[in-house]
Write a protein that binds this ligand. Structure first.
Ligand code: UD1
Length: 420
């Protein structure tokens, strides 16, 4: 079994380039199916979810070539509109193929997606908005979904019950080639939504307001593939910042978008970290001992991101005082609490929604297993802070979000190795 062996207590120092955003590249890759010709996507992180998605595209008939962080996708020969269950279940974001398959073929056969076990994660918003656009879905008892669009896709006025990221992306993907003008109200405003829209606009789509509450999309007959570079990963940037913070280090992040980090900066500042941003760089310099961060509540963008909740909790474990974190997006996103306690962290939870963390001066080394993508990264951060040798298993979770995490941290002076 693969594991990370970490000798904690070393200050992280130096510079690191941040990978492209996983949550951008996944919908952008799915969107290439809706465009004619060869798409070239740059700044693509080579993560398991990305390779799983490229496997799906190959299976649908696309030609895919990978060269470093650049992916070339020729969707000309795509003929299939069916994704087998085993591939759908490999990752949550496979549901994003629904919009692009329907935009391309007018039909889709998929199954209920998999992904991290951080909550129920239904897809009712996705199906409801597609229905409004003329898609009929039959759900089999085995979790299989058959979507058809007998009269073609048409525009609709969609009001999302909640600003769901995935549902907003599917609405955009379906609307770009639908007949008429679609309005999406209460849309998600995450930077990854604007990134998907920017890719599609480069392909010839007419989209206005992506990144805002209301998005207006005028359907076009055809999209032409283009060359595009995805935005930097703001969640990974915050992860590196947390690691610098818990080790009392000082690091500079390169190739980031400081504006996208605005929702997390107040908590780093509250912890006593000094943050400097200039152009596409951010430097974080940690105090000797972190201060508690008060009350943090996760919320849709521009609120504090749920994906940063776990790594910030790892910071709170060594901060002076009490930090209270409320998780408001997913109902089961405290699975990292139990393994964090193995490091000696003092965390109480209420209703699986509120965590009260009393920071300790230091953590002890521990053996712990990742429970989910971001939770696993939080364990690595705890291990970097702890005194002594820790071991983290369950690396397949961590690898879904961060490219070779051991190289990232060892490049910053962390003592971390991956062993079989
Ligand atoms: C995306 C991100 C994930 C992030 C999350 C919230 C990707 C690949 N993943 O996930 O990293 O944690 O946004 O920022 O971009 N919901 C429903 N019905 C639906 C859809 C969603 O009830 O049909 C609920 C979910 O259960 C959840 C909330 O809405 O409670 C938000 O989920 P959503 O924004 O859709 O998350 P994802 O797109 O799955």
């Amino acid at each position: 079994m693969e594991r990370l062996v970490i000798d904690g207590g070393k200050k992280l120092k130096g510079e690191i380039t941040v990978q492209g955003a996983k949550n951008s590249v996944l919908p952008v890759i799915a969107a290439t199916l809706a465009a004619d010709g060869v798409s070239v996507i740059h700044n693509c992180p080579m993560l398991c979810d990305v390779t799983a998605e490229l496997d799906i595209l190959r299976l649908l008939g696309c030609e895919v070539e990978i060269s470093g962080s650049c992916v070339r996708i020729d969707s000309t020969k795509a003929t299939r509109c069916e994704i087998p269950e085993n591939l759908m279940r490999e990752m949550r974001s496979s549901i994003i193929f629904l919009g692009s398959l329907i935009a391309r073929f007018g039909c889709a056969r998929v199954s209920v997606p998999g992904g991290c076990d951080i909550g129920e994660r239904p897809i009712d918003y996705h199906l409801a908005l597609l229905e409004k656009m003329g898609v009929r879905t039959v759900c089999g008892c085995d979790g299989c979904l058959r979507c058809e669009c007998p009269d073609g896709l048409h525009a609709a006025r969609i009001t999302l019950p909640y600003p769901s990221v995935g549902a907003t992306e599917n609405a955009i993907l379906a609307a770009v080639k639908a007949k008429g003008t679609t309005v999406i109200e209460n849309a998600a405003r995450e930077p990854e939504i604007a990134d998907l829209a920017d890719f599609l606009i480069k392909c010839g789509a007419r989209i206005d307001g992506a990144g805002e509450r209301t998005i207006i999309i005028e359907g076009v007959k055809r999209l032409e593939a283009c060359e595009y570079s995805v935005i930097p990963d703001r969640i990974i940037a915050a992860t590196f910042m947390s690691a610098a913070a818990v080790t009392g280090g000082k690091i500079t992040l390169r190739k980031v978008c400081p504006e996208h980090l605005a929702p997390v900066l107040p908590c780093f500042e509250a912890s006593g970290c000094a943050i400097k941003s200039y152009s596409d760089c951010v430097t974080v310099s940690a105090p000797k001992r972190l201060k508690s961060m008060g009350v943090i509540r996760t919320n849709p963008y521009p609120g504090f991101p749920t994906d940063c909740q776990a790594v910030v909790m790892a910071m709170a474990c060594v901060a002076d005082g009490v930090t209270v974190i409320t998780e408001r997006i997913f109902e089961n996103r405290f699975r990292h609490v139990a393994p964090l306690r193995r490091f000696g962290a003092q965390i109480e939870t209420e209703n699986n929604a509120v965590a009260i963390i009393e920071g300790k001066e230091s953590l002890n080394a521990a053996k712990a297993c990742s429970t989910d993508l971001r939770g696993g990264t939080a364990l690595v951060i705890a291990a970097l802070a702890a005194r002594g040798r820790s071991e983290i298993t369950g690396l397949h979770h961590i690898d879904r979000g961060c490219e070779r995490i051991e190289n990232c941290f060892s490049g910053l002076g962390g003592q971390i190795k991956r062993l079989d």
